[in-house]
Design a protein around this ligand. Structure first.
Ligand SMILES: [Zn+2]
Length: 281
C-alpha cells in the first residue's frame, strides 16, 4: 500500500520538476541604457551598477510575470563584481564571480536571456562592440563565421539543449541575435551614433520596455530552438598587436599558430574548442 502511494508521488514530482521554467540571465554592462563610454563600464564611481540592477530586475520581473518558476542571474561583466544581493530582485538568485567554461549550462536551464548585451567586435553602428576582450581580441570566428559573446554563449547553451529567448542591449546586439534565433524577443534600449555616442532611452523607459519584452519572451519557450553548430569546430582568433602570441604558443595543445597574432583551435564541439582556447590563454 505504501509503495502504491509512493510511486505516483515520485512520478508526479518528476513531472512537475521537468516543467519548472528556469531562466538563466547573462548580464553585461556595455549594452545597458545610458552606458555609452568605456569609463562608465567601471563599477566604481559610475552609475552603471544602478542602471544595470534596474534593467536586470525589470527582466526578472518580466520573466516571473510570464510564468518563470526560477530566475538565476549571472553578473557577467568584468570580474563579476558589479552586482549586489542587496539590490537584486528578491525572488532572483545571483551568481557572482568567474564562471566555469560551460557556464553552468549542465544545470539544464529552460532558457537563456541576455541583459545589457553588446555586439561582437568589428560591427559598425554598435556601441562598444567587442568580442570578450576589447583590448586583446581583434576577431573570433567559428567555422569561418565571425562571432562574439552572443554566438559563443548561445552555442554552448545549445550543446546542452537550451535556447536563447531574450536580449536587451543596443540595436546591433539585437540584430546579431536575430540572425541566429529569429524567435527570440529583443528590447532595444539604445542605438549607436558612434562607437561611444549613443541615443539612449531613459532608465525608466528602458526598464518598462525590458519588463514587457521579457514577459513576452516566455511565450517563446518551445518555439525558440537551441542553437547548435555541428562539429568538427574550428575556433580562430586574431589577437591585437599588443596581445601577440608568446614564443611557446606553438606548443599549446590542439592549437595551430597561423601568424604572430592568429591561432586556430579545433574541437568536436564549440565547448571543446573553447575550453582548449581558454585553458591556455
Ligand atoms: Zn561583454
Amino acid at each position: 500500500m505504501m509503495l502504491r502511494l509512493i510511486f505516483p508521488c515520485i512520478v508526479l514530482t518528476s513531472v512537475l520538476s521537468a516543467q519548472q521554467k528556469r531562466i538563466f540571465v547573462i548580464t553585461d554592462a556595455e549594452g545597458v541604457a545610458g552606458v555609452c563610454h568605456q569609463h562608465q563600464t567601471d563599477p566604481q564611481g559610475t552609475d552603471m551598477p544602478e542602471l544595470l540592477h534596474g534593467e536586470v530586475n525589470a527582466a526578472v520581473q518580466g520573466f516571473f510575470d510570464g510564468g518563470a518558476d526560477e530566475v538565476i542571474v549571472w553578473d557577467g561583466h568584468g570580474a563579476g563584481t558589479n552586482m549586489s544581493a542587496t539590490k537584486i530582485h528578491p525572488r532572483a538568485r545571483l551568481i557572482l564571480g568567474a564562471m566555469p567554461l560551460n557556464m553552468t549550462f549542465d544545470r539544464k536551464y529552460t532558457a537563456v536571456a541576455f541583459v545589457g548585451q553588446h555586439a561582437m567586435g568589428n560591427v559598425q553602428n554598435a556601441i562598444m562592440a567587442h568580442s570578450f576582450n576589447s583590448l586583446g581580441v581583434q576577431y573570433m570566428k567559428v567555422n569561418g563565421k565571425p562571432v562574439g559573446e552572443i554566438d559563443i554563449r548561445a552555442e554552448i547553451a545549445g550543446e546542452f539543449g537550451t535556447p536563447v529567448i531574450f536580449l536587451s542591449g543596443d540595436q546591433a546586439a539585437a540584430d546579431e541575435l536575430k540572425v541566429i534565433e529569429p524567435n527570440a524577443v529583443s528590447a532595444v534600449v539604445k542605438t549607436a551614433i558612434g562607437r561611444n555616442t549613443c541615443d539612449s532611452l531613459s532608465a525608466v523607459a528602458a526598464r518598462q520596455l525590458i519588463q514587457q519584452k521579457a514577459k513576452e519572451s516566455m511565450s517563446k519557450i518551445g518555439v525558440a530552438k537551441p542553437y547548435v553548430v555541428k562539429g568538427p569546430i574550428t575556433l580562430e582568433l586574431e589577437f591585437t598587436t599588443r596581445n601577440s602570441l608568446p614564443p611557446d604558443a606553438k606548443n599549446w595543445p590542439a592549437a595551430k599558430v597561423i601568424d604572430d597574432r592568429t591561432v586556430r583551435y579545433s574541437g568536436a564541439t564549440v565547448l571543446e574548442a573553447w575550453t582548449r582556447y581558454r585553458g591556455y590563454r
